[in-house]
Design a protein around this ligand. Structure first.
Ligand code: ADP
Ligand code: ZN
Length: 723
């Protein structure tokens, strides 16, 4: 009988599926994680369902043997289907998507035992004072040699001596000790009637064990989290796993705290800040089904859950769910597909749904659940526009008089204020007033942003930094360099000048770069140690500070410039979210929006609170333009350090573009960010009917064109970033 042959996806994006032979004595099944030979190398791979992938035919006699099978559960079927779908939809190599599922290689090494020691009760013949001290302090504790040495305040040698003398004995333990189990009945809230209704629907959906997407649309502070926790409780009670996706790791910390208060222990956190041992433990617990609730950013979506019963995408409108490098996927959309393959409900929670999501509701594909008012006594904040032309700030300042007065009053009442400006650093542009020189990044088509706190100019696209110069490199003049426009640091300076007694915190990704930093910020806000927060989009979501009553949007027009089709929608969402931080407790909130164009539809919608007509108008504009969700876009970005090579490839692609009535190709044109990280960029934009299989057309098209190795061609399906 011929040896069984299996089809394997190896973790090498340049290779398609390969066939291998399963050697005698080895058993594998679809999903088994294996080590396969490739030339002289060994590669990790996953055995795939034979009938689902094409390969080149290789004769049995040329097949090589698999080398080993990992001591880890096989990649489950629903996840294999998700990996196929993601690779297909986003035109990515299967191996690149699979790599996200195998995100901890140490987890594949199998269970690991370590030896811990504990006292046997025997007293050694030679009982030195140190040994006596060690035995006394260790008592009936158990630990690694170095842990016991630390407890006993003796050297490792003393502990080892005690082991040799038979006073301590070794016990093998698993390093992946289980995570604590959340208790669904630990501290359930008393839900209001509306909340109770929604929670009931969600609990039933969890019990139904069927695919069903929901939009949980509730204003900020309406209790969305509280309500979806009821669905989580139901999943826990029935022994099924939950995945909660958050848009930023900065939000993890407040979430963990809240979860702890509700369920008595923390969930499993998955993010880029984990140590290798923590990743391994989390991965294995997810794969075994022991981890009942996992919270994480995008990458948690591809973990190998064993029995997923619920997926929650919190702040589902956030554009940070869109991954902009590697596999260009949108975590919100992939989450829905995962729910489809896992046959479980998917809950998109947000106060400001994306137009795409609303459209799915309109089509009847997603069920809508609403929480129309804030919970308890909290009222929605009042929102006022400040016309910067009519009531401008003083010269050289950015905070208008009316907002100054509002903050004065809040501080006098002992309350807190938030100034929002979505721009890191001190100033977005530095200019020589003598010769007009502007400081530009050497690698990107972008201005260098001054960061005064660290005395550097930084490029926000590639990370290039240089010391802030004193002299203009162009004309050599000193004392003529000026900072143009404000960033958060400049607003913080202005606030410090206006309110010298106030304690001011700047919150951006420069200051809050880890969950621990976020926790520190939250603690300082809660204890009233901070009076005024100046922050970027990082402070717009999730946080709940009852004493924060005034929010000022320093430049509401900022997000509206640029040719992004979602600009108005995104500005609306961002300002609604930041407004949602005001007046969440019993004290009323006030929001001031500084704008040059108070008549713009976005500003009108924000002030009147009439989200519906804004959404309706935006939706119609999209429909007229055949823009998403009615039509579909894909961007093809061609880049190279060699400008001519990039241009030539882009033109070749342009010439080879397929002709269809239902699909137009625009370009190539220099991408708006014509140079990025030292690479020249050209873009082709594909615009097609919703029903048209763009992926297939693009796959076929790119397959017909060849380009040199120094040119990179990246396809972004459903792009969010039009730079
Ligand atoms: P959202 O997620 O919609 O912004 P949250 O779930 O954060 O709203 O709720 C806002 C605040 O109101 C939180 O402090 C939350 O604990 C509180 N809250 C909401 N619903 C209840 C409830 N039924 N019982 C007690 N507190 C609640
Ligand atoms: Zn740069």
């Amino acid at each position: 009988m011929a040896s069984p042959r299996v089809r394997v996806i190896v973790l090498n994006s340049a290779l398609g599926p390969l066939d291998y032979r399963v050697p005698h004595g080895m058993t594998v099944e679809p999903g088994s994680i294996v080590v396969a030979p490739l030339g002289p190398r060994q590669l990790l791979g996953v055995v795939w369902d034979a009938d689902r992938l094409p390969t080149e035919e290789v004769g049995d006699n040329r097949l090589r043997n698999l080398l080993s099978v990992a001591d880890a559960p096989p990649v489950p079927g629903p996840l294999r289907r998700l990996i196929e779908w993601t690779a297909d939809y986003y035109l990515a190599p299967l191996a690149s998507v699979l790599r996200m599922a195998l995100a901890s290689t140490s987890a594949l090494e199998g269970a690991k035992l370590v030896v811990e020691y504990r006292a046997t009760g025997d007293v050694p013949d030679r009982l030195t004072p140190q040994r006596a001290q060690a035995l006394e302090r260790i008592g009936d504790r158990q630990g690694l040699v170095r842990e016991l040495a630390a407890i006993a305040d003796v050297s490792d040698g003393v502990i080892r001596g005690l082991v040799k003398a038979g006073a301590l004995k070794g016990i093998e333990v698993d390093i992946d000790h289980p995570f604590p189990l959340p208790d669904p009945d630990h501290a359930p809230p008393m839900l209001s009637d509306v909340q109770q209704d929604v929670a009931g629907t969600l609990r039933a959906a969890v019990d139904a064990r069927a695919f069903q997407p929901f939009l949980l649309d509730g204003v900020t502070g309406s209790g969305k989290t509280e309500v979806y926790f009821e669905a989580v409780a139901q999943a826990i009670a029935t022994g099924r796993q939950t995945l909660v996706l958050l848009p930023e790791i900065a939000l993890t910390e407040p979430f963990l705290k809240r979860f702890h208060a509700r369920f008595g222990c923390q969930p499993v956190a998955w993010h880029s800040g984990l140590r290798q041992s923590q990743r391994r433990r989390a991965w294995r617990a997810v794969a075994s089904g022991q981890a009942l609730v996992t919270v994480g950013a995008r990458s948690a979506l591809f973990l190998p859950y064993r029995n997923l019963g619920l997926i929650v995408v919190d702040e589902a409108h956030e554009s940070s769910f869109k991954q902009e490098d590697g596999v260009h996927y949108h975590a919100r959309d992939v989450a829905v597909m995962r729910g489809h393959f896992e046959r479980c409900p998917v809950l998109l929670a947000t106060a400001t749904p994306a137009i795409e999501t609303r459209q799915q509701v309109a089509l009847g594909r997603y069920a809508e659940l609403r929480l129309p008012g804030r919970y308890g006594a909290a009222q929605m904040p009042s929102i006022h526009a400040i016309d910067l032309l009519r009531e401008p700030p003083d010269r050289g300042r950015w905070i208008a008089p009316r907002l100054v007065v509002a903050i004065d009053e809040a501080l006098a009442r002992g309350e807190q204020a938030l100034l929002f400006l979505n721009r890191r650093g001190y100033a977005p542009l530095t200019l020589c007033r003598h010769c007009g020189h502007r400081f530009q990044c050497p690698n990107c088509t972008a201005w260098m942003v001054e960061h005064r706190l660290i005395r550097r100019l930084a490029c926000h696209h590639c990370g290039h930094v240089e010391p802030t110069p004193r002299v203009c490199p162009e004309c050599g003049e000193e004392e003529h360099l000026v900072a143009c426009g404000p960033g958060v640091e400049r607003i913080a300076d202005e606030a410090a000048a206006l309110w010298p007694q106030a304690k001011i915190a700047v919150v951006t990704s420069d200051t809050i770069w880890s969950p621990a930093k976020a926790a520190e910020f939250v603690a300082r806000m809660e204890s009233g140690e901070i009076d005024i927060v100046v922050g970027t989009q990082l402070v717009t979501k999730g946080y709940h500070f009852p004493d924060l009553t005034v929010v000022g949007v320093v430049d509401a027009d900022l997000g509206l410039s640029g040719g992004d089709l979602r600009a108005a929608e995104r500005s609306f969402q961002q300002i609604m979210q930041v407004s949602g931080r005001a007046g969440r407790g019993e004290k009323p909130g006030h929001v001031y929006i500084q704008t040059h164009d108070p008549a713009a539809p976005v500003m009108q919608a924000l002030v009147s609170g009439d989200a519906e007509s804004f959404y309706a108008a935006e939706t119609e504009a999209r429909r007229d333009a055949d823009a998403p969700p009615f039509g579909r876009f894909a961007a093809i970005v061609v880049s190279s350090e060699d400008k001519d090579a990039a241009l030539e490839t882009a033109r070749a692609l342009g010439r080879a573009a397929p002709q269809f009535d239902v699909m137009q190709v625009y370009g190539p044109a220099p991408a708006p960010l014509a140079m990025l990280r030292g690479r020249h960029r050209f873009r082709l934009l594909v615009h097609a009917r919703r029903t048209f299989d763009v992926q297939d057309a693009i796959r076929d098209w790119l397959g017909r064109v060849e380009w040199p190795a120094k040119v990179r061609v990246v396809v972004d399906v459903d792009p969010y970033n039009f730079l």
